[in-house]
Design a protein around this ligand. Structure first.
Ligand code: SAM
Length: 244
């Protein structure tokens, strides 16, 4: 039986969160670093190696979410940077990671560079078309070998169920807001692992939460900051089959 504790930490990103626009990927990442959103050289190097221009058709170097089709968005670079900073100690070489709501594939690619060739990252999105697009994006970014080698696995499916076949995971990132914490994802988190997940109702009060599982299985939830994400939902209930 898991025991849970809730604590709140105020970690607002500050007024610079939306002001890191760049003229190209290097400039964008340098600005995220100057504005203290990126805090480590490691995350800076990884984000420089993954060019947002390959994942985002419009205004890729603006620090804002952008449409990627299927009514979905690629998240703002400052959110990617923040989540990678929070997860970086759990994305060491050889570790396993899960990226739920992988969308454009950008964060899956960043995580794959961090876990290296002895690690694995599973990306899941419920739009088959987005999964295909994310594979094309990663190839366009010159990182097709990460897919060929099996370091990255991209799958279409309901991310709320995770992917136990490749678990447990040292790091789990969820890119859409869950109305409640998905039990399957908690179960697939490895002892000592961390999950970053937005929780809350669609269009309502949501918080970005950090879920830590201790080595003896104790689960702690830390509320980090208020956010506004698209919902982690059920395609069937929304009748969106036509958009696949
Ligand atoms: C804000 S987008 C972020 C995508 C990605 N992190 C990026 O920045 O490109 C959220 C993604 O979650 C996906 N999604 C929502 N509910 C899902 C579910 N139940 N299972 C899998 N993916 C889901 C959406 O299709 C969308 O691509």
């Amino acid at each position: 039986m898991l025991r849970r504790f809730i604590r709140t930490k105020s970690r607002q990103l500050g007024s610079m969160a939306w002001r890191s626009h760049g003229v190209d990927n290097n400039d964008l990442v340098n600005n995220l670093y100057k504005n203290n959103i990126i805090k480590s050289k490691h995350v800076m190097d990884v984000m420089k190696r993954v060019d947002r221009g390959s994942y985002c058709p419009n205004n890729p170097y603006m620090d804002a979410p952008q449409g990627i089709g299927f009514g979905q968005t690629i998240s703002a670079p400052h959110m990617h940077a923040h989540c990678l900073e929070l997860l970086k100690d759990h994305l060491k070489p050889g570790t396993r990671a899960l990226d739920i709501g992988s969308g454009s594939g950008i964060l899956t690619a960043c995580m794959a560079l961090m876990v290296g060739s002895s690690g694995k990252v599973v990306g899941i999105d419920h739009y088959d078309g987005l999964v295909k697009m994310s594979i094309e994006n990663i190839i366009q970014d010159g990182k097709g070998s990460l897919i060929d080698s099996g370091t990255i696995i991209l799958l279409a499916g309901d991310g709320r169920k995770g992917y136990p076949e490749e678990g447990p995971y040292n790091a789990i990132h969820v890119g859409a807001a869950a109305p409640r914490l998905p039990e399957d994802l908690v179960n697939q988190l490895a002892p000592g692992g961390r999950m970053i997940i937005p929780e809350g109702p669609e269009g309502g009060s949501q918080s970005l939460n950090q879920i830590d599982k201790s080595l003896d299985g104790e689960v702690t939830r830390t509320m980090l900051m208020g956010v506004n994400y698209v919902p982690l939902d059920d395609l069937r209930q929304r009748g969106r089959f036509a958009e696949f």
